[in-house]
Write a protein that binds this ligand. Structure first.
Ligand code: FAD
Length: 549
C-alpha cells in the first residue's frame, strides 16, 4: 500500500498530484504551510502542500526553538499578540507534549539593564494575566543572592536580582514535520523538492500552479480552486509571479545562533539577558551543548543558505563574555550554528527588533491568498484565519459550509502518549529501550523526538537486529531513525536527516562527521541512488559542515 509520506513513494505521489484537482494548493512547507494543511484537511478540504526544499528547511528550522509566551512584545504594547501567543503555547503543549517542554528562564535585573525590578514585576503580572499562565508556572522575583544561586556564572557587580519565569522549549523542524504528518494522516498530500515557478489562470483567476521537480527533470501542473502563498521569506518573490502584484510586503532580518560545548559555557539554566546595544538575547543549555542567540539585522542576501558572518559571531561572543564569568569564549569555541531569515511585514523607519511579529493576510485580484509575517508559536491561529477565509469564499461561491476549526483538539503525530504526564510516558517506555540495549539517555532523546511513534522505531530496531550485521558501522538506533524517517517523514537527503529530522548538525556535529559517509551509503542502498546522486549529497554534506563553522 502506498504511504503518502514515504520517500520511497515519491514518484507515485508526484503522478497523483498531476492528476487530481485540489480544493487548495499551499505553497511552502514551513510551519505556516503545514498548519494550513492540517486545518484544511481536518475540515474536509482536499489540500496539497508543495515545498521547494525539504519541509522546514526555510525559517522553520532556524528559530530560537522556543514556544514563546511573547513577553518581549509587551514592551511594544502588543497586548493582543501577547495574549494570543500565550494561549497558543498551552494548546501546543497539549497537542504536542513530546515537542514542547516547560523551560525555566532566568531574567537577571542589573543596574544598567533595560528592566527595572518594579516595572518587570508589573509586566509579569500583565503578561500572566493576558496569557493565563498556570499557577505552578507563574514567575518568581529573586534576590541577587537567589539569582546567583540559580546561575552562578552571572557577574555579581550591578546585579539587583532576577525574575524566574517559564518559556517552552521546542524542536521547530520536528514540530513542522509532526503537523504535516498529522495532515497527511487526515488526507492531505505534501511533497518536498517541488518548486512553484508560475501560476495557472482561468478567466484571470489563479486556479493552480506550475511546478518543477528539484530532484528530477519533470514539470507539473497542479490544479486547485484556491492557491495560498505561505512561502515565508519568499512571499514577495512568489507574489511577483502573478504579474498584477508588484507590492513588496516583507522586510527581512537575519537571526544567528551559535552552538558551543556546554563545558565552555556551563550555564545551569536558560538565561535571557541584556546586550550592550540594548537588545536581549538567550543562552540555552541543550544536552552537551549551549546555544546562544540571536542577532537581528536587516538582510537582503541569499535566502536559501544565509551565512553566519564573523561580525555575527563576534557580536554574540562579546555579549556573552560581557555577561558571564566563565573563561571568555573565542571564535574557535564555536562548534556549529545556524542563520535564519525573519519574514517580517515591512514597516519603514523601524529598527529590526522594533518591527512587529504580527501576521497579515492579503487577498489579491487574482484570488491568490498570501499570508506573511507571524511566529512559530502562532502557526495554528494563522492557519485558522486562512482556512476561515477560504470557508467564507466557498460559501460566497455557493459551496457547502465548512465545519469550524478544531485543530486545538487534534493531537499531533507522536503526541498520543496516553498520559498527560510526559515523565510517566518516559518511565513506561524505558524498559523496551533497555531490552534493545539502548542507554536510558539515548531512549529519552528518541522519546522527545518521536513521542508515541517510538513503538514503531522499536519495531524497526528489532527487525534490523534480526536481519542485519550487529557490528554495522552505524549504531542500531541511528539506522532505525533513518529507516523510520525515510518511510514515514519523507526524508530524502542526508541533510534532511542530519538537520530537519534529528538536529544532529547543530547539536551533535561529531556524529555527523563520524557517520556521514556510512549514512550516505545506507541511504543510497535504501533509495537506489546512482553514483552521481551520491556524489551530489556528499558535496552537500561537506558544504553544510563548512557553513556551520
Ligand atoms: P518558512 O519556514 O521559511 O517556510 C516557507 C517555505 O516556503 C520554505 O521552506 C521555502 O523553501 C518554501 N518556498 C519558497 N518558495 C517556494 C516555491 N517557489 N515553491 C515551493 N516552496 C517554496 N518564532 C517563535 O515562535 N519562537 C522562536 O523562538 C522564534 N525564534 C526565531 C529566531 C530566528 C532567528 C528567526 C529567523 C525566526 C524566529 N521565529 C520564532 C519566527 C519563526 O521561526 C517564523 O515565523 C516561522 O518559522 C516562519 O515560518 P513560515 O512557514 O512562514 O516560513
Amino acid at each position: 500500500m502506498m504511504n503518502f509520506f514515504s520517500a520511497k513513494d515519491r514518484a507515485a505521489i508526484l503522478q497523483r498530484l498531476n492528476q487530481e484537482i485540489f480544493d487548495v494548493v499551499v505553497i511552502g512547507g514551513g510551519i505556516t504551510g503545514a498548519g494550513i494543511a492540517l486545518d484544511a484537511a481536518s475540515r474536509g478540504l482536499k489540500v496539497v502542500v508543495i515545498e521547494m526544499q525539504d519541509f522546514a528547511a526555510g525559517t522553520s528550522s532556524r528559530s530560537t526553538k522556543l514556544i514563546h509566551g511573547g513577553l518581549r512584545y509587551l514592551k511594544q504594547l502588543e497586548f493582543k499578540l501577547v495574549s494570543e501567543v500565550g494561549r497558543e503555547r498551552k494548546i501546543i503543549h497539549r497537542i504536542a507534549p513530546h515537542l514542547t517542554r516547560p523551560e525555566p528562564m532566568l531574567l537577571p535585573i542589573t543596574k544598567k539593564g533595560s528592566l527595572g525590578k518594579f516595572t518587570t514585576k508589573i509586566s509579569m503580572w500583565v503578561y500572566e494575566f493576558l496569557t493565563g499562565v498556570k499557577k505552578e508556572e507563574r514567575h518568581r522575583l529573586l534576590s541577587a543572592a537567589e539569582t546567583i544561586d540559580k546561575e552562578p556564572l552571572l557577574r555579581k557587580e550591578d546585579l539587583l536580582g532576577g525574575i524566574l519565569y517559564y518559556e517552552y522549549r521546542t524542536d521547530d523542524s520536528r514540530l513542522t514535520i509532526s503537523i504535516l504528518k498529522e495532515a497527511v494522516n487526515r488526507g492531505a498530500m505534501a511533497l518536498s523538492y517541488l518548486k512553484v515557478t508560475g501560476f495557472v489562470y482561468e478567466q484571470d483567476k489563479i486556479k493552480g500552479v506550475k511546478a518543477e521537480d528539484q530532484l528530477g527533470n519533470g514539470t507539473y501542473i497542479i490544479r486547485a480552486k484556491y492557491v495560498v502563498n505561505a512561502s515565508g521569506p519568499w512571499v514577495d518573490e512568489l507574489d511577483s509571479l502573478d504579474n498584477k502584484i508588484q507590492d513588496n510586503k516583507l522586510q527581512l532580518t537575519k537571526g544567528v545562533h551559535l552552538v558551543v560545548d556546554h563545558r565552555r559555557l556551563p550555564v545551569k539554566q536558560s538565561v535571557y539577558f541584556d546586550t550592550y546595544d540594548k537588545r536581549m538575547i538567550f543562552v540555552i543549555p541543550h544536552g552537551e551543548k549551549t546555544y546562544i542567540g540571536t542577532t537581528d539585522t536587516f538582510y537582503t542576501g541569499d535566502k536559501l543558505e544565509p551565512l553566519i558572518s564573523t561580525e555575527d559571531k563576534m557580536y554574540l561572543l562579546t555579549c556573552v563574555n560581557n555577561y558571564f564569568t566563565c573563561t571568555p569564549l573565542e571564535l574557535s569555541d564555536i562548534q556549529s550554528g545556524w542563520a535564519g531569515i525573519r519574514p517580517l511585514i515591512r514597516k519603514p523607519g523601524k529598527k529590526p527588533s522594533e518591527i512587529s511579529r504580527k501576521d497579515e493576510i492579503f487577498v489579491w485580484q487574482s484570488e491568490l491568498i498570501t499570508i506573511a509575517g507571524g511566529k512559530l508559536t502562532g502557526y495554528r491561529k494563522m492557519a485558522q484565519r486562512v482556512v476561515d477565509l477560504l470557508a467564507e469564499k466557498m460559501i460566497a461561491a455557493g459551496q457547502k459550509k465548512l465545519p469550524a476549526c478544531s485543530t486545538h483538539e487534534i493531537v499531533l503525530s507522536g503526541g498520543k502518549t496516553g498520559t498527560p504526564d510526559f515523565s510517566e510516558f518516559i518511565k513506561n517506555k524505558l524498559p523496551a529501550g533497555e531490552a534493545l540495549e539502548l542507554r536510558p539517555e539515548e531512549t529519552e532523546v528518541l522519546l522527545y523526538r518521536y513521542g508515541s511513534e517510538i513503538d514503531l522505531l522499536y519495531k524497526i530496531m528489532k527487525t534490523l537486529k534480526e536481519k542485519e550485521d550487529t557490528a554495522h558501522i552505524l549504531p542500531l538506533s541511528l539506522r532505525a531513525e533513518l529507516v523510520y524517517t525515510i518511510e514515514n517523514e519523507m526524508c530524502m537527503t542526508p541533510l534532511d536527516f542530519f538537520i530537519r529530522r534529528t538536529g544532529k548538525l547543530y547539536f551533535d556535529i561529531d556524529s555527523v562527521k563520524k557517520y556521514g559517509s556510512a549514512l550516505i551509503a545506507y541511504m543510497q542502498d535504501m533509495l537506489s541512488w546512482d553514483d552521481q546522486l551520491r556524489e551530489r549529497y556528499e558535496n552537500e554534506l561537506r558544504q553544510a559542515l563548512s557553513n556551520v563553522l
